[in-house]
Ligand binder design. Structure first.
Ligand SMILES: Cc1cc2nc3c(=O)[nH]c(=O)nc-3n(C[C@H](O)[C@H](O)[C@H](O)COP(=O)(O)OP(=O)(O)OC[C@H]3O[C@@H](n4cnc5c(N)ncnc54)[C@H](O)[C@@H]3O)c2cc1C
Length: 403
């Protein structure tokens, strides 16, 4: 806990970092709030990038989280276009690539993730990842002249990019290792529905396939060869093959990073060390209700975790555990999927409402007699109402201590 007049240093100016700043002010924090952001843009939201911004329905300004006036009223020191390069976790000091030395009574790590790179694709014109506003604008511009877009990766992001680009009339092929889009996350039933929708809208699907090699001419992509030997023409490739937490700058900080994905390991209250917290996509914490450590890459978590951490920063006593019902949504063509909990292809799936033929349905996912998720397709009200099934299945477990 910190005093209301204390300085909070937030690293990362995305939904989670900026959300923490706003939540602190709303809760009456009167001290300095410094927000350091690597991007040159004022804080913006990412979900519209692969939907409204890419499809051209929104001008980029609409993705901004707040207006210039609202930013001014927040009274936070927003330091943009500069990245944290190192953290001294004992002294709560951060050095930046531009040579700044910043410090705070508390530090909040909110640096998000970066697209995972695929070997053999770096430095080739026409190949890009998709995470930032700049990425969305580059792709939107390039799609004006492109003839063939190949999206590598059939998870949420890849499938959304394919849908938005196709809606703009682009010729799109979606390539990925799964049997159908999102099937590793939502199981075969929802995956097959999504595959059918993409197919009906003219997206070419290459399920169960991976990139073998890329074909270039003068360092520009002209096509790719898949692992079954098929050749696909391509003048644009978007790589949407997962992500990596932005924690390189924490290598010498003394904080514990996860062995597997290098995310910031936190206790049940999202605390990585004394008065150092992590929020959003970069944070792995012990979820008491689920009895294990998790990391969520979704917008709702970024906002909710920011609120929880802000409360923990300013409330006296032991910080409260953060135990949300995970939630994400995705929009692809006329389909809206919403998922509460942690669905998995291993779960037994039962239909609670609706029917597949009309593409309006609500599914319950059960593992070991426990409802692990409810997933709705075009049934937002019913899906929300059944969130409680996941909450009721939480069985709180104490968290292991963080070193
Ligand atoms: C295109 C797209 C579409 C999405 N659609 C959905 C959706 O439909 N539904 C959903 O639930 N979720 C969606 N998400 C996920 C959601 O947007 C993220 O979970 C959310 O943005 C996470 O917020 P964050 O603040 O943790 O990370 P970010 O938003 O990534 O913000 C982190 C910020 O930290 C900055 N940073 C990185 N390193 C440093 C450093 N060393 N120093 C300073 N700053 C640094 C980054 O530049 C970035 O601006 C989508 C994500 C993307 C990319």
């Amino acid at each position: 806990m910190i005093l209301t007049g204390a300085t909070v240093l937030i690293i990362g100016a995305g939904a989670a970092g900026f959300g923490t700043a706003e939540a602190l002010r709303r809760s009456g924090h009167t001290g300095r709030i410094i927000v350091l952001g690597a991007e040159r843009h004022a804080p913006y939201d990412r979900p519209p990038l692969s939907k409204q911004v890419l499809s051209g329905a929104w001008e980029p300004e609409r993705a901004r989280l707040r207006t210039a006036e609202q930013l001014r009223q927040l009274d936070a020191e927003l330091l943009l276009d500069d990245a944290a390069a190192g953290l001294d976790s004992e002294r709560h000091r951060v050095t930046t690539t531009a040579g700044r030395r910043l410090s705070g009574d508390a530090v909040v790590i909110a640096t998000g993730v970066s697209p995972r790179e695929l070997p053999g694709l770096t430095g080739i014109d026409g190949v890009q990842g998709f995470r930032s506003l700049d990425d969305a604008l580059v792709l939107r511009d390039n799609l004006q002249d492109a003839r063939h877009l190949v999206v590598l990766g059939d998870g949420v992001l890849g499938a959304e990019i394919a849908a938005s680009a196709r809606s703009q009339g682009a010729d799109v092929t979606l390539v990925g290792p799964q049997t159908a889009p999102l099937s590793w996350q939502l199981g075969p039933l929802v995956g097959e529905e999504l595959a059918a929708v993409h197919h009906e809208h003219g997206v070419r699907l290459r399920p169960g396939r991976q990139l073998d090699r890329v074909i270039t001419r003068h360092q520009r992509v002209t096509g790719i060869v898949l692992d079954d030997g098929e050749h696909l023409p391509a003048d644009l490739i978007v790589v949407a093959a997962g992500s990596t937490p932005n924690t390189g700058w924490l290598a010498d900080s003394g904080l514990e990073l996860d062995d597997h994905d290098r995310s910031v390991r936190c206790d049940a209250a999202c605390r990585a060390a004394e008065d150092i917290y992590a929020v959003g996509d970069v944070a792995r914490w012990h979820h008491r209700g689920l009895g294990r450590s998790i990391r969520l890459e979704n917008r709702t978590n970024a906002g909710e975790q920011a609120l929880a951490v802000a409360q923990n920063l300013i409330t006296a006593g032991e910080p409260a555990p953060y135990r949300p019902v995970p939630y994400f949504w995705t929009d692809q063509f006329e389909i809206k999927i919403q998922a509460y909990g942690l669905p998995s292809p291993r779960a037994a799936v039962t239909m609670l409402d609706g029917d597949l033929d009309r593409r309006r349905f609500l599914l319950q996912y059960t593992e070991d007699d426990r409802v692990t998720a409810v997933v709705g397709c075009n049934m937002p009200k019913q899906t929300r109402q059944h969130r409680r099934l996941v909450l009721e299945s939480f069985r709180d477990q104490p968290a292991p201590a963080i070193a």
